[in-house]
Structure formats: C-alpha cells, structure tokens
Write a protein that binds this ligand. Sequence first.
Ligand code: PXP
Length: 247
Amino acid sequence: MTGKLRLGVNIDHVATVRNARGSAYPDPVRAAKLAEEAGADGITAHLREDRRHISDADIDGLMESLTVPLNLEMAATDEMQAIALRHKPHAVCIVPEKREERTTEGGLEVAKDENRLAHFIAPLRDAGCRVSIFIAADPVQVEAAARIGAAVVELHTGAYCDLHAEGRFEERDAELQRLREMSAYAHGLGLEVHAGHGLTYDTVGPVAAFPEVRELNIGHFLIGEAIFRGLTPAIAEMRRLMDVARD
Ligand code: PXP
C-alpha cells in the first residue's frame, strides 16, 4: 500500500531570519516558489498568534502565487478560523500553541477538548479545507481526532528526533515503534496519516518507511541546510532519502 509520499516544505524559518532584522528579505514566498520548483508537493506555513515568523501578508502572498497546495498551520482560535475561512487553503493543520514555547512542543490534546474542536473544524470542512490535527502518537488522541471528523492526523515526530539527537537510542526506537503503530491504527480508522517536526536527513528514513504515511512536513532542518548547499539541493536530498526509504 506504499503510495507516493508527499513532501510538504515548511518555510516558517525563512520568515524567522527576515524578522530578526525587520527587513523585507529573505522572502518566504520566494522560498516557497523555489521549493515548489525543487519538487515540494506542498508548502506548509504556521501563522502563529504572535506572528513571530509568518505574517498575514505572507499568507496572502502564498495563496496568490502557489500552484501546489498550502497547508496552513494554526491554533484553534476564532481569529485563525476567520483567516482560514477567508483564504480557504487546501489544508488546515490544527496545532497547540503556547506563546512561551520556542516551537510546537507537544501534540494537541484533542480528547480533552473534543466538543469545542468538533465545532471549530466543522466550518473549515464545510469550506472545503482538509482538516488535519497535530497529535502525539497516542491512541486516545487518534481516536478523538477520528471522532471529531478530522480527515488527517499529523503525528508529532519531535520526541523521536530529540531522542535520536540525544543518543538515547532505546527510547528513540520505542517512540518510533509508537509512531509506527499509531500510523497503522489511524489509517485503520479511516484517517490520512502525515508526520513531521524536527525531521532531518538522519531521522527521516524510518518514518518515511511507514506504509500508511502519505505526507511529511519538514522545515527547520531544510532551511538550515539551505545555508550550506542551497534550498534546491537541500530539498532534493530530502526527497531522495524519502524515496530510498519507500522502496
Ligand atoms: N508539522 C507541524 C504540525 C509543525 O508545527 C511543524 C513546525 O512548524 C512542522 C511539521 C515542521 O517542523 P520542523 O520545522 O521542525 O521540520
């Protein structure tokens, strides 16, 4: 059942570099167009409540110029819902957000907030957006995501990647096994399965090999790697490693 694995390139951190100086460059929309030419199957951008990287104008620019689908990551707030309903991107990925965090640290606690989230995503679905829920590899969250009517779950690979980076290989392998089981479980419940967060050339292979995973969303590492080899070769190498793992 190994269909094509899509690569969504997250361009948030092009905006991080721009915003560090309050300049107009580097432009994340230009990076997104380049990523598209380099073979990205989609572009992911996280419009955070504090606008620390991607801005509202960036979302306008992405919607105007992309030919591949935009996956808009956002918190489940009224403000973000209104923005998503105005743009109607191909996909909306609901993520937890805390202002004090450096990045999206954990998955969404869907089970604890099931009613509100079901109501929150209904208009997005009605508007034609594919709604994805970013969750940890936890059966309770997978089941809740299915119950609220999400089309997709994105499994959080951050813990797996951190354990790898810290050399805690037994725990890494246990987390990888949880991710593997949850991708099969979610697929069995009728959910499309995506994965992402913290993936690098070293960690992408085992996740890309899960047959049920249809999309990986990767950003921070690729934007960093682009400093050394350029964005196009950085993406091409990620694509190659994904294809090798999928064979
Ligand atoms: N998927 C989701 C839901 C995310 O929030 C992020 C980070 O914005 C990513 C994937 C990409 O993570 P990274 O930038 O670490 O590759």
